[in-house]
Design a protein around this ligand. Structure first.
Ligand code: SAM
Length: 300
């Protein structure tokens, strides 16, 4: 991916930090994919001692993981400290008085970057990452995940594919030449990055989600609250003018169906194990093989 399209770290942290308070009101997609990822996780028999929720956001999945694995220490890690403050509140609200019981394992919240995890080697049994890796350099993040995972540890994640928000991308393309929607890795790039990081038996599949809106401005407001406003390095600086907004809104109209405007998301689901078997190490000619069609179950 060209640097021009790479998200800027500070912008990502700032953007998500600003949206932390209202994030849960509009995080419809994140709830759906998070629940699906948790469902998939229930197909695996695991007794993790330590779990990392990477890019934990407002902590919904930290609560779910703490409930599902009461003996595990759950770490909620996020680059935006304001998100972690919200996550702490989410956890407290979910527990009520239970959290004061002596045996209750409380989650730990850590501010940190997926590309430089502040965790020891081989210290985590499960990494759960719902819609966070699309903001990160995949090679660096997968290498870090592999480093912190125990040899038999599991990574489960979702990320966004390149067809995400294709309507908005097309609408902006008719207005100017700046990138207004982040560029996302495709499934092949994701699989290759996993194998390069020596993650074993990677399995990837893709699902499409369509959210609908009354108008394009409502949709763009949601994207902002979700911290998903464009944070690419080559973006146009400064406020988007009224004229450009009117133009992009008009250019979005042809996508309207049954009275509503669609916003499409291509969601990539993936999992892999730490400790790559020799048979899966990348070949000398650079080729890699991902057994997508063969591997459907999650048990190892
Ligand atoms: C779309 S939200 C998803 C939050 C949560 N996983 C959920 O399911 O609701 C993405 C989160 O990833 C965090 N994030 C983005 N880049 C990150 C990075 N490099 N390291 C850690 N967290 C990051 C953001 O601050 C944000 O809270």
């Amino acid at each position: 991916m060209s640097d021009v399209f790479k998200p800027e770290k500070l912008s990502v942290a700032r953007s998500f930090g600003q949206s932390a308070l209202h994030y849960d009101d509009v995080a419809v997609l994140q709830k759906q994919t998070g629940d699906e990822l948790l469902d998939r996780l229930s197909l695996v028999t695991l007794s993790p001692k330590r779990i990392l929720d990477l890019g934990a956001g407002t902590g919904r999945n930290v609560v779910a993981l703490t409930t599902r694995y009461p003996d595990a220490e759950v770490i909620g890690l996020d680059i935006a400290p304001t998100m972690l403050q919200q996550a702490q509140k989410t956890y407290r609200r979910s527990q009520g008085l239970k959290r004061w019981l002596p045996k209750q394992k409380k989650p730990v919240f850590i501010a940190g970057d997926a590309e430089h995890l502040p965790l020891a080697d081989n210290s985590v049994d499960l990494v759960f990452a719902n819609l966070a890796l699309q903001w990160c350099d995949l090679a660096a993040s997968f290498a870090e995940i592999e480093r912190v995972l125990q040899p038999d540890g599991l990574l489960m994640f979702t990320t966004l594919g390149p067809d995400t928000l294709h309507e908005l991308r097309a609408a902006w393309a008719s207005v100017d030449n700046y990138p207004h929607v982040n560029v996302f890795y495709d499934m092949h790039d994701v699989g290759e990055a996993m194998l390069n990081a020596r993650l074993a038996e990677p399995v990837l599949d893709m699902d499409r989600y369509v959210l609908t809106y009354q108008d394009a401005l409502a949709m763009m407001r949601d994207l902002k609250v979700l911290g998903a406003s464009n944070v690419a390095q080559g973006r146009r600086r400064g406020l988007t003018g009224k004229k450009a907004l009117a133009q992009v809104t008009a250019a979005y109209e042809p996508f309207r169906e049954q009275g509503l405007l669609p916003a499409s998301y291509e969601v990539i689901f993936g999992h892999a194990w730490a400790g790559v078997p020799a048979s899966q190490i990348q070949q000398g000619d650079g080729s890699v093989s991902i057994p997508l069609s063969e591997l459907t179950g999650l048990s190892r």
